[in-house]
Design a protein around this ligand. Structure first.
Ligand code: FES
Length: 195
């Protein structure tokens, strides 16, 4: 014979049977909600901790930038440029154009150091060997090999820098001193190195 057992939920547990009746005691439900609450509290705490850490790191980075700001490293204003025999008579030497902003030009008498800054608005001209001139790409100013301007809006010639011999016989260029043609400064012996 099969006994009829009523359907019970999992929280219902029979504890006694009287006169064929089953007395059922219901267990209190498990504290599911409390577990969920605890879990969500932990996740909120984690989130708050993450936010706090991120904010602290951001502040530390800002303070770091305050104490160690971006520094623009300028090339030195004085540099050695090798020996006179390294330069060809009649040529414009571009080896120091990028690194120091200087062209070294040798003629039959010596060498001079020409600034690569256009006297119009400061762009960097290009040396066009085939046309024997410096040509500024910004507004078209043109300069002869000597640095004298002859076309475009540039109001005056390119500037020259001080040039001399270092103790070891190398050419020494000093950008701390400039020489301007229109002021008669190209006659200064320090603006030209006799070779
Ligand atoms: S900056 Fe060179 S022509 Fe204007």
């Amino acid at each position: 014979m099969t006994e009829n057992v009523p359907n019970r939920s999992e929280n219902e547990v029979p504890i006694e049977e009287t006169k064929g009746e089953t007395v059922v005691k219901t267990e209190p439900p498990k504290p599911v909600k409390k577990q969920v609450d605890r879990r969500s509290i932990f996740s909120w705490m984690g989130l708050a901790w993450l936010s706090f850490t991120a904010a602290t790191l951001g502040m530390a980075a800002a303070i770091g930038r305050f104490f160690f700001p971006n520094v623009l490293f300028e090339p030195p204003l004085t540099f050695k440029a090798g020996y006179p025999e390294d330069y060809i008579i009649g040529a414009v030497d571009e080896r120091f154009k990028e690194s120091f902003g200087v062209w070294l030009v040798r003629n039959s008498e010596g060498i001079f150091a020409l600034s690569t800054v256009c006297t119009h608005l400061g762009c960097t001209p290009n040396w066009l060997g085939a046309e024997a001139k410096f040509k500024c790409p910004c507004h078209g100013s043109g300069f002869y090999k000597t640095g004298i301007n002859f076309e475009g809006p540039a109001p005056r010639p390119l500037e020259r820098y001080m040039i001399s011999y270092a103790e070891d016989g190398q050419i020494l260029v000093d950008k701390n001193r400039k020489f301007q043609y229109e002021k008669g400064q190209w006659k200064d012996p320090d603006s030209f190195l006799k070779v």
